[in-house]
Design a binder for this molecule. Structure first.
Ligand code: NAI
Ligand code: MG
Length: 337
């Protein structure tokens, strides 16, 4: 049995988490789920957005499922703290088109590999007399390890092109380090048998944002710094049916936390209409991380069928089902697979 920490969070976080658990519970005796709290409602209950107990539970689990939290200015970010504490240095965000889902492109399959431990999300900000400053921390170590992981993911997924996205023409020192680290690792990896066929190139982030809309097929794997990766992945979500569609894996050397790319969506929270796809796909990524490749595939196939049939889908997908009705439809197909 896998020990899984479940952090539902706020807003639609608990709604999509309940939906994903409902589906996963169709695999009997596979998971031991333990719930932990984090986020804004947790802050009101306990005085902190991320209790030590939650961090310990996540550290001692095989994996963590995280819904979404509402972040309030002045409060510590629960998700960034967890990423740091568990040393989840990579955030993998697959941007895929699914049959039946109205998308700008219906044949996309690219992966954004986002550096997850530093950059502008280092959380080092201070007020000054004139306003405020934030520290953009870029280390060679983190830049090299994320590039290595991008190469490994490329081969794992049978991809042949890897693009580094940066802004080294303006952020000369910080993105200069990121870019140099990328090319250093690329030279090493290109010399290895398994990686020699991967074509590597670089694009400035502003141009990348445009190409993602006009010609996303030029990208297969994109590797970038923390903030750029965050922005580009929401942009990517917009190409494949919206934020309800895109999952993510936060990976370290010995732990993993899986969460949708979207946030707590206060505009639709409490209505039972959140699309559970991103969370169910995050569960699929968790299954892969645990080595349960067959189960992951089965679950993904079940979800594909529900999306394609368009009978039990949520309003953002043009349907009129609730989050749980859609999850139930996925579960039924999963059980039959
Ligand atoms: P958001 O991702 O929560 O929502 C953006 C838009 O997408 C909204 O219109 C929302 O209704 C829609 N949307 C998101 N997920 C959906 C789903 N599953 N099904 C259907 N529609 C969906 O981003 P927003 O509004 O900028 O942020 C809301 C809160 O979430 C903020 O407090 C923010 O800080 C937090 N946030 C938390 C994240 C996390 O927990 N990892 C990530 C991003 C934002
Ligand atoms: Mg984001």
């Amino acid at each position: 049995m896998y020990k899984i920490t479940v952090i539902p969070g706020d807003g639609i976080g608990p709604e999509v988490t309940k939906a994903a658990l409902h589906v996963l519970e169709a695999a009997p005796n596979k998971f031991d789920f333990k719930e932990a709290s984090a986020g804004n409602s947790c802050y009101h209950d306990t005085g902190t957005t991320i209790p030590d107990e939650t961090i310990e539970m996540a550290k001692n689990s095989d994996a963590t499922l995280f819904g979404a939290v509402t972040t309030v200015p002045g409060q510590k970010s629960a998700i960034i703290t967890l990423r740091k504490e568990l040393d989840l240095y990579a955030n993998l965000r697959p941007i895929k088109s699914y049959p039946g889902v109205e998308s700008v492109y219906n044949d996309l399959d690219l992966l954004i590999v986002r550096e997850n431990s530093e950059g502008l999300y280092s959380g080092i900000e201070e007020y000054t007399d004139e306003g405020a400053t934030a520290l953009r921390v870029i280390t060679r170590k983190a830049s090299e390890r994320i590039t290595k992981l991008a190469f490994i993911e490329a081969v794992k997924r049978g991809k042949t092109r890897l693009t580094v996205v940066h802004k080294a023409n303006v952020l000369k020192k910080t993105d200069g380090v990121f870019r140099e680290a990328f090319w250093k690792v690329a030279d090493e990896y290109k010399a290895k048998d398994d990686y020699g066929d991967i074509e590597v190139n670089e694009v400035y982030v502003d141009a990348a944002a445009m190409f993602l809309v006009t010609n996303p097929h030029r990208f297969q794997i994109m590797v970038t710094t923390n903030l750029f990766g965050d922005i580009l992945s929401d942009e990517g979500a917009g190409l494949v049916g919206g934020l309800g569609m895109v999952p993510s894996a936060n990976i370290g050397d010995d732990n993993g936390l899986f969460e949708p790319v979207h946030g707590s969506a206060p505009d639709i929270a409490g209505k039972g209409v959140a699309n559970p796809t991103a969370m169910i796909l995050s569960a699929c990524l968790m299954l892969q991380f645990l080595g349960e490749h067959q189960e992951s595939l089965k679950l993904e196939q079940a979800l594909f069928k529900v999306l394609k049939e368009r009978v039990f889908t949520t309003p953002d997908l043009g349907g009129n089902s609730t989050t749980l009705q859609m999850a139930q439809a996925v579960r039924e197909k999963y059980e039959k697979n």
